[in-house]
Design a protein around this ligand. Structure first.
Ligand SMILES: *Cc1c(COP(=O)(O)O)cnc(C)c1O
Length: 389
C-alpha cells in the first residue's frame, strides 16, 4: 500500500488537514485538484516496470489521494476507501474467522446489524449486542474467543454516547481490536484513534462526502501490519471506491470543518427550539445537560453535531403527518448532507425490527429523526413550526 509520509502533513491543524492532508499538485501537469484517473490499467515499460500503479482494484491515484486524506483527518497512518460504508465494515469483519466473537453496541446502524447477523454469523462468527454504558457489562462477555469490540457513537437514532477511552482501556487489557464507526461524529468532532481505537470506519456517504451525491466507505488505522492485512482484503475482495466517487468525496472533505461548524450551530438551535415546544414530548440530543451521557459527550467530542431525534405528543399516524408536512426538511433515508432531512425510524430505517424490540431501545412509534442541514436556521424553525401546528 502506498503512503507518502510527506503528504500526510501531520503537523497541520485539523481545519487545514481537511484541505491539504494527503494532497499535493498532480505530477503530470500540476493540477491542483487530483485528476479523476478514470482508468482500469496502466502502461508498463517492461513486465513489472510501472510508476506505482498496475491495476485500479489494487490502487488508483485518485483513490490514493482520498485514502491519504482520510488517514490525515483521522490522525492515522493508513486509509482505505471502499465502494460503501458497509463494504468497509465487511472488510473489517474478514479479519476474523470461524469461532471468533465480536461484542457490539446494541443500538446500532441497521445495515451493520444485518451484515453481522445475516451474513457473518453464517461463517461461524458470533456477535453479542451489548449496551455500552457500563464497562463491567462489556467485560462480562469477554472470553478467549473474543477478538473485537465494535462501537458506534453517537448511536442511531437514540443519540446514546459511548466512552471510547473507557472501552479502549478494556480492549487493550484483553488484547482485542477496537473498531469505531465514526460516521455520525466525523473527525471534526471526535478522533477515535487518539482515544485508543485501532480502526476507524466511515460511511463517507454521509458527512465526509456531505452533499448526498456518493456512496463511499472508509477505514483508517494507525498500525502498518493491520493496514497491510486490511489492504490485502480490500484488494482480494475488491469492493473499492471508484475514481469519480473518490474525487467527489475529496471535494466534500475540503469543506468538512466549515459544514460541521454550521451543522453544530443549527443542531443546537433546533434541539433547543424543539425542547421548548409545547407539542414535543422528548428530544434526544447529547448537548443537553440532562442527556444521560452528556459528560462523556462533552469530554470526547468537540461539539454535538447536527443529528437530533424527538418524540412529538401523539402516535404513529401523528408522526407520519408531521414528516409529510415538512417542506424544507426532505423526507428521506440517509443523513449528513448540506440539506436537512427528516426520517421516521419506525416505518423507515427500523421497520424490519419487531415493535417490541425497537421500543426497548427507545425507537417508539412517534420518534422522528432529523439530520439538520446548513440552511438558514430561521427557515428550518419555520418549517418545523408549520408542520407541528
Ligand atoms: C449509512 C451508515 C452506514 C453504512 O454506510 P453505507 O455507505 O450506506 O454503506 C454505516 N454506519 C452508519 C452509522 C451509517 O449511518
Amino acid at each position: 500500500m502506498y503512503v507518502d509520509w510527506k503528504r500526510m502533513k501531520k503537523d497541520l491543524k485539523f481545519n487545514s488537514k481537511t484541505i491539504h492532508g494527503g494532497q499535493h499538485p498532480d505530477k503530470a501537469y500540476g493540477a491542483v485538484m487530483p485528476p479523476i484517473y478514470q482508468t482500469s490499467t496502466y502502461a508498463q515499460t517492461t513486465p513489472g516496470g510501472h510508476k506505482g500503479y498496475e491495476y485500479s482494484r489494487s490502487a488508483n491515484p485518485t483513490r490514493t489521494a482520498l485514502e491519504q486524506a482520510l488517514a490525515s483527518i483521522e490522525n492515522g497512518s493508513h486509509g482505505l476507501a471502499f465502494a460503501s460504508g458497509l463494504a468497509a465494515i465487511d472488510a473489517v469483519l474478514k479479519l476474523l474467522g470461524p469461532g471468533d466473537e465480536v461484542i457490539s453496541t446494541s443500538d446500532l446502524y441497521g445495515g451493520s446489524y444485518r451484515l453481522f447477523k445475516k451474513v457473518f454469523e453464517k461463517y461461524g462468527i458470533r456477535f453479542h449486542f451489548v449496551g455500552m454504558d457500563n464497562m463491567e457489562a462489556i467485560e462480562s462477555y469477554i472470553n478467549p474467543n473474543t477478538k473485537m469490540v465494535w462501537v458506534e457513537t453517537p448511536t442511531n437514532p437514540m443519540m446514546n454516547i459511548i466512552d471510547i477511552k473507557a472501552v479502549s482501556a478494556l480492549t487493550q487489557k484483553h488484547g482485542l481490536l477496537l473498531a469505531v464507526d465514526n460516521t455520525f461524529a466525523t473527525p471534526y468532532l471526535q478522533q477515535p484513534l487518539d482515544l485508543g481505537a485501532d480502526i476507524v470506519m466511515h460511511s463517507a456517504t454521509k458527512y465526509l462526502g456531505g452533499h448526498s451525491d456518493v456512496v463511499v466507505g472508509g477505514l483508517v488505522v494507525k498500525d502498518k501490519s493491520l493496514a497491510d492485512r486490511l489492504y490485502f482484503i480490500q484488494n482480494a475482495s475488491g469492493a473499492v471506491c471508484g475514481p469519480m466517487d473518490s474525487f467527489l468525496t475529496l471535494r466534500g472533505i475540503k469543506t468538512l470543518h466549515v459544514r460541521m461548524q454550521r451543522h453544530c450551530e443549527n443542531g443546537e438551535a433546533i434541539a433547543k427550539y424543539l425542547q421548548a415546544h409545547p407539542k414535543i414530548e422528548k428530544v434526544y440530543w447529547p448537548g443537553f445537560e440532562t442527556h444521560p451521557n452528556h459528560k462523556v459527550a462533552k469530554a470526547q467530542m468537540k461539539g454535538f453535531g447536527g443529528m437530533i431525534s424527538f418524540v412529538p405528543k401523539g402516535n404513529y399516524d401523528d408522526a407520519i403527518k408531521i414528516v409529510e408536512k415538512l417542506n424544507l426538511f426532505t423526507l428521506a433515508e440517509s443523513l449528513g448532507g448540506v440539506e436537512s432531512l427528516a426520517g421516521h425510524p419506525a416505518s423507515m430505517t427500523h421497520a424490519s425490527i419487531p415493535k417490541e424490540e425497537r421500543e426497548k431501545s427507545g425507537v417508539v412509534d412517534a420518534l422522528i429523526r432529523l439530520s439538520v442541514g446548513i440552511e438558514d436556521v430561521e427557515d428550518l424553525k419555520a418549517d418545523l413550526e408549520q408542520a407541528l401546528s
